[in-house]
Design a binder for this molecule. Structure first.
Ligand SMILES: C[S@@+](CC[C@H](N)C(=O)[O-])C[C@H]1O[C@@H](n2cnc3c(N)ncnc32)[C@H](O)[C@@H]1O
Length: 214
């Protein structure tokens, strides 16, 4: 996601220490304490401007949500989107950080659901390890997910999707859904991401898989 550099982004986010967590490693294994409840924990990797996670958090107040985004200027937009929602989203935290630190942020078996939405496809073979669905990442997520917890992955990119299906299988997940045209049937539970809306309006088919941590 291209975005003009905003040098003030960090300062703006520091004004909202309840919503934006700058030192997430302090809460490894303690996210329930931070939220002050024992609701399930859902995490979105690369949340972008936060459309998906803020809508989910406002609908499902019985779930705690964490959105991770490495670009401060993009995370700032997600923060402002969250602040606009009434009543206030006390079940959402925004982490302006890199997914590469995920094992320092979450304890083994701490996550109930992980969302990967329209991640960068890294089409060159030599960059395959950067794909968030590469087996190296999937094996790392496995440690952090509860047994039988779910990863839900959506993308417009068919090559990335085919690659990912194989990676999930190789990494020992059980695929419970492999859908090559998500919008061919109405699924009222599906919350569209910003990229999903953009691509589906262009007529591009959206792929979705669901994988259980077995
Ligand atoms: C293509 S956008 C998709 C945004 C959103 N998920 C959607 O579906 O509309 C991917 C986002 O992931 C973020 N991202 C990519 N790699 C990341 C990483 N290693 N750690 C954190 N965020 C990352 C990018 O900065 C970008 O905002």
């Amino acid at each position: 996601m291209r975005m003009r550099h905003k040098p003030y982004a960090v300062d703006k986010m520091l004004e909202h220490p309840k919503l934006v967590v700058f030192k997430p490693i302090l809460y490894k294994g303690k996210w329930n304490q931070l939220f002050d409840n024992s609701k399930p924990l859902h995490v979105e990797l690369g949340m972008g401007r936060g459309q998906f996670i803020t809508i989910n958090a406002s609908i499902h107040r019985d779930i705690n949500y964490i959105g991770i985004e490495k670009k401060n200027e993009v995370a700032l937009i997600a923060m402002n989107r969250a602040l606009d929602i009434e009543p206030a989203l006390d079940n959402l935290r925004i982490l302006p950080t890199n997914i590469d630190y995920i094992s320092e942020i979450f304890e083994e078996g701490e996550i109930d659901t992980l969302y990967i939405n329209f991640c960068d496809p890294w089409p060159k073979v030599r960059h395959a390890k950067r794909r968030l669905t590469h087996r190296n990442y999937l094996n790392e997520y496995k440690q952090l997910l509860k047994p039988n917890a779910e990863i839900i992955f959506k993308t417009d990119n068919r090559d990335l999707f085919d690659f990912s299906v194989e990676e999930f299988k190789e990494s020992g997940y059980e695929l419970t859904e492999v859908n090559y045209d998500l919008h061919s049937l109405v699924d009222p539970s599906n919350v569209m991401t910003e990229y999903e809306k953009k691509f589906s309006e262009m007529g591009v088919k959206i792929n979705r898989l669901k994988a259980l941590n077995k």
